[in-house]
Write a protein that binds this ligand. Structure first.
Ligand code: S3P
Length: 429
């Protein structure tokens, strides 16, 4: 059981029941952006209730796009190509990197100037990764020396398509370039070395996108979004915390209904299977060009494995909770090749290492990962969320699996899942 007031997490004896999650955050961002770009009303069912997606909606509102919630479905009244209007105040992306980066791709192609700002954490994160390819397309930006927010986006008269080879596996960079390319007559293409999540491509596919062998994606004006009815599958990244809690608690069983099963996002399920977990899948469906289904989880003993480098992009958001699973698995947990964690909502390598030390583990930090040895010895740990939602939730699960814990600033969990505590209480004894 959990006391919500002071964010004390108490130990859990057993997990049992059923959970259904609000829509996936990544898909929800794209659904609201595509709906705003399309001409006419689009309807989105099961939108994420995360603060991040609300940041996207607020920015779009400032750009002249109205929306309304009715019976838990969202209607967005899009204005068609070049239908956005200049905002008189800076567009506040809050904590959301997806909002800032994807929106930059669209705004770089407009005939008016904009300014994107964000909270303290987002203002530290790198934006050069998107300004660089967008500048190659002729876009104009003004920023500071480090190329972080605030970012001014100026209109440009010389916009052109590019063929861009992604230097890092990042769906946000890929999407920013593809969304910019949607405003040009000629095709823009993006080539990926390692596949990153493909939700933008899947949504473009609903509008006739071209893909070349799954590695090269094209976009141009002819693919411009049309009004659609989207049904967003449950957020697999929010579910990951509960999947691992159930796996690690004896005598437990959990059904997760209508969850996103896109293989660019289920990397952690594959890793858990390789570690010895067995899952059951039922009721497969396709919703708005995405795979979904029910996932049935039971308790299993796990064994640590070497996580292959090419799997990292598909587990990037789940590494904090996978590390928690690693503590309880046979052998030591080590993960490498994930330097990208250093530029997430916090430097997640450093935040994780600090909290695992607080738990009493022997921690070795590497530039591109970390190693954990031993077991949790601190019986009343106080973990810091560092204002990072996934760190907060990962250590809440660690507390629930051990003797409980206290978490500083747990409220940041609402960045992706405002229902976390309610859901935890509903399935635990
Ligand atoms: C996201 C892509 C990933 C992920 C982030 C959401 C997206 O970031 O970590 O939480 O919705 O496109 P990168 O594209 O920077 O890897």
């Amino acid at each position: 059981m959990v006391q919500e007031m002071n964010t004390i997490i108490e130990p859990v004896i057993k997990v049992n029941g059923e959970l259904e999650f609000k829509g996936d955050k990544s898909i929800s961002h794209r659904a609201v952006l595509f709906s705003a770009m399309a001409e006419g009303d689009s309807v989105i069912k099961n939108l994420s209730h995360s603060e991040d997606v609300f940041s996207s909606l607020k920015c779009l509102n400032q750009l002249g796009i109205n929306h309304k919630f009715e019976n838990d479905q969202l209607t967005v009244s899009g204005k068609g190509i070049f239908g956005f209007t200049k905002s008189n105040s800076p567009l506040d992306s809050g904590n959301s990197g997806t909002t800032a980066r994807l929106l930059s791709g669209i705004l770089a192609m407009q005939k008016f100037d904009s300014e994107i700002v964000g909270d303290e954490s987002l203002s530290r994160r790198p934006m050069k990764r998107i300004t660089e390819p967008l500048e190659m397309m002729g876009a104009k930006f003004e920023s500071n020396e480090n190329i972080t927010l605030p970012l001014k986006i100026l209109p440009s008269n010389s916009l052109r398509p590019i063929n861009y080879k992604l230097p890092v596996a990042s769906a946000q960079i890929k999407s920013a370039v593809l969304l910019a390319g949607l405003h040009l007559d000629e095709k823009t293409s993006v080539i990926e070395l390692l596949p990153s999540r493909d939700h933008t491509e899947r949504m473009l596919e609903l509008n006739g996108i071209e893909v070349d062998g799954g590695i090269q994606v094209f976009s141009s004006k002819k693919d411009y979004p049309k009004a659609h009815k989207y049904i967003v599958p449950g957020d697999i990244s929010s579910a990951a915390f509960f999947i691992i809690l159930c796996l690690l608690k004896n005598d437990s069983e959990l059904r997760i209904k209508n969850i996103l099963l896109n293989e660019g996002r289920t990397g952690f399920i594959e890793i858990l299977q390789a570690m010895g977990a067995v899952f059951k899948f039922e009721n497969f469906k396709i919703c708005s060009n995405e795979f979904t289904g029910d996932l049935i989880v039971k308790s299993f003993n796990l064994k640590n494995i070497v996580v292959p480098k090419e799997k990292i992009p598909s587990i990037i958001d789940e590494i904090p909770i996978l590390a928690v699973a690693g503590i309880f698995a046979e052998g030591d947990f080590e993960i490498r090749n994930c330097k990208e964690l250093r530029v997430k909502e916090t430097d997640r390598i450093s935040s994780l290492c600090m909290n695992f030390k607080e738990a009493g583990l022997k921690v070795t930090e590497f530039e591109d990962g970390f190693r954990l040895e031993g077991s949790v010895t601190n019986t009343s740990p106080k973990y810091n969320s560092f204002g990072d939602h996934r760190i907060a939730m990962a250590f809440a699960i660690l507390g629930a699996l051990t003797t409980g814990c206290e978490i500083e600033n747990f409220e940041c969990a609402k960045i992706s899942n405002p229902e976390f505590i309610l859901q935890l209480n509903s399935i635990t004894e």
